[in-house]
Design a protein around this ligand. Structure first.
Ligand code: AMP
Ligand code: ZN
Length: 112
């Protein structure tokens, strides 16, 4: 399957890793939208948040644990945002589930 994030998860395409275990990889976004911008992905291919089911949702819970740990380690104490874009109208450009962990600046609400 021709999936960029599957290739990054397998190490076939390099990334600047911040965390890795058997199920999850976190790495720096190549085009950061904030002073801290990390992507956290399941190593298993899940297309988007629309494909989270009772069978595969444990990894998403795990991703949120990793996000909290990274936010603490990276000292995002003023706040941070976790975003997942799902589908074309939300601007999902890579069709492998990923959570953006953004911090180091103020964010507007609602998002654009
Ligand atoms: P989205 O637009 O929500 O699907 O997010 C995809 C993200 O992947 C974007 O923020 C891109 O900047 C980022 N991205 C694309 N290619 C790479 C890469 N090779 N390494 C790290 N981040 C990437
Ligand atoms: Zn994939």
């Amino acid at each position: 399957m021709d999936c960029l994030f599957c290739k990054i998860a397998k190490g076939e395409i390099p990334s600047k890793k911040v965390y890795e275990d058997d199920e999850v990889l976190a790495f720096y976004d190549i085009e950061p939208k904030a002073p801290t911008h990390i992507l956290i992905i399941p190593k298993l291919h899940i297309k988007s948040a629309a494909e989270i089911t009772a069978k595969n949702s444990a990894v998403t819970a795990h991703i949120f644990e990793i996000a909290a740990k990274l936010a603490d380690e990276l000292k995002l104490k003023d706040g941070f945002r976790i975003v997942t874009n799902c589908g074309d109208s939300a601007g999902q450009s890579v069709k492998h589930l990923h959570f953006h962990l953004l911090g180091g600046r103020d964010f507007t609400w609602p998002p654009g």
